[in-house]
Design a protein around this ligand. Structure first.
Ligand code: AMP
Ligand code: MG
Length: 411
């Protein structure tokens, strides 16, 4: 049996980010970019108007007020999307719309509200200064500037920037494909004829959902009987994936064959049993370079083990730097007891009140009580050394979702 931190270290030391692939910028959303993105040209490319109004030479308007307007001759109309045709000379203005490029000679825009049109002339009612209401070429991004650094997680803002720079494809770390298999003679799939003697392989689904939520792709290998030949065949098929997750068959029962199979298929075992609850029977190994997680069969153990070991591994493969869930400090609202020498992950419900976090357990904590996960938005992490944790103590909570980042009010 090894400590949680050591187990995590062994696993993560053996995992590298996956190679890069070229994807459409929308497919890059949420993924890690594997290249520095440099602007090929200025953004915006040309000086353009920030307002609907008149492009002018600021010098011409310096004495303009509402009482003493300056009158300028209109040379042309420049809606957005057209190219100016005439250079502006002294005494002239061009009618211009937001986003349209400035004509040569112009150095300011007087907005519509400060003008009055009269046939081919315009009355300028306010003085402009050079640069007024102009978006300068390169003011957003200058040619040659690195705008998005390698390693950045792509959000909608980066997608927009990539589009603005004319990039339709970028390099990101490939998504890990995760083979998922469930072991156990007692298991059936959702759609099979219901039987009082069988249980539905919910792990196949909770694990798949965890993989998808983390950004992996799934290769669903279904249910395998507790038989040597079947297990060997499935594990061999699974080694095409980037990572393998099986559930069940890692305890000390007569039909717990997974550890033996891992050893047989790939001489693969790295450790078995971690000093934690739930999740103690975890078996970990590597088959032909592919990490294999033998998660315990109990639904809660499986999910909690995934959180501690598989999720950070997948995020590392995806090229992420921050691969661990956020932890907060919360005030414990009940007394908790535990065994020494094991790290506990107690399913908890965290709430925020007057700027502080409070947490209570979600009740019955058996490793088969999936409902304790359904109620939870965090795992209360109780250190190995503790045995009694009193109500009112500040404890660490590993957040499992974004429920605390959203509010029922807009402010
Ligand atoms: P095992 O580790 O194989 O002894 O499994 C422990 C318990 O977990 C079993 O008795 C089942 O009740 C449950 N279990 C195992 N595999 C699954 C699964 N795929 N989905 C849901 N529950 C499971
Ligand atoms: Mg079993």
């Amino acid at each position: 049996m090894i400590p949680v931190d050591e187990a995590r270290q062994i696993i993560l030391d053996g995992i590298e980010p996956l190679p890069l692939e070229k994807v459409n910028i929308l497919e890059a959303l949420g993924r890690v970019i594997g290249e520095d993105v440099t602007a090929p040209r200025n953004l915006p490319p040309k000086n353009n108007s920030a307002m609907d109004g008149y492009a002018v030479r600021a010098e011409d308007t310096k004495n303009a007020t509402a009482q003493t307007p300056v009158v300028l001759a209109i040379t042309e109309d420049i809606p957005a999307g057209t190219i100016p045709r005439q250079e502006l000379r002294a005494g002239q203005a061009a009618r211009i719309m937001t986003g349209a490029p400035l004509p040569a000679g112009a150095d300011a825009v007087v907005r519509m509200e400060d003008t009055r049109k009269d046939g081919g002339k315009v009355y300028i009612l306010a003085a402009a200064y050079a640069g007024l209401d102009i978006r300068m070429a390169g003011e957003d991004v200058a040619a040659g500037e690195t705008v998005i650094a390698r390693g950045t997680v792509i959000r909608p803002a980066e997608v927009g920037m990539l589009a603005a720079l004319g990039r339709s494809f970028v390099f990101v770390n490939r998504r890990p494909t995760v083979a998922i298999l469930a072991t156990g003679d007692e298991l059936m799939d959702i759609d099979e004829a219901p039987s009082e003697w069988k249980i539905i392989s919910s792990n196949s689904y909770s694990t798949a959902a965890q993989v998808l939520e983390t950004g992996g792709a799934i290769l669903q290998l279904g249910i395998v009987k507790d038989r040597r030949e079947d297990l060997i065949a499935k594990f061999q098929a699974a080694s095409r994936a980037d990572l393998i997750i099986s559930s069940g068959g890692v305890s000390v029962g007569d039909y717990d064959l997974v550890k033996g199979i891992m050893q047989e298929v790939g001489n693969a075992m790295q450790f078995w049993q971690v000093a934690m609850r739930p999740g103690k029977p975890l078996a970990y190994g590597v088959i032909q370079g592919v990490p294999v997680f033998g998660l315990p069969g109990n639904p809660v153990s499986s999910m909690v083990s995934f959180e501690q070991f598989v999720r950070p591994s997948l995020l590392k493969m995806l090229g992420r730097k921050n691969i661990f869930r956020r932890h907060i400090r919360a005030v414990l609202e009940e007394d908790l007891e535990k065994l020494a020498d094991l790290r506990y992950f107690v399913r908890g419900r965290v709430r925020r009140e007057a700027g502080r976090y409070y947490v209570s357990s979600t009740g019955e904590q058996g490793s088969g009580i999936l409902n304790s996960m359904v109620q939870a938005n965090g795992l209360i992490v109780l250190p190995e050394a503790e045995t009694m944790i009193a109500r009112g103590t500040e404890v660490q909570v590993q957040l499992l979702d974004a429920s605390l980042e959203h509010s029922d009010r807009p402010d």
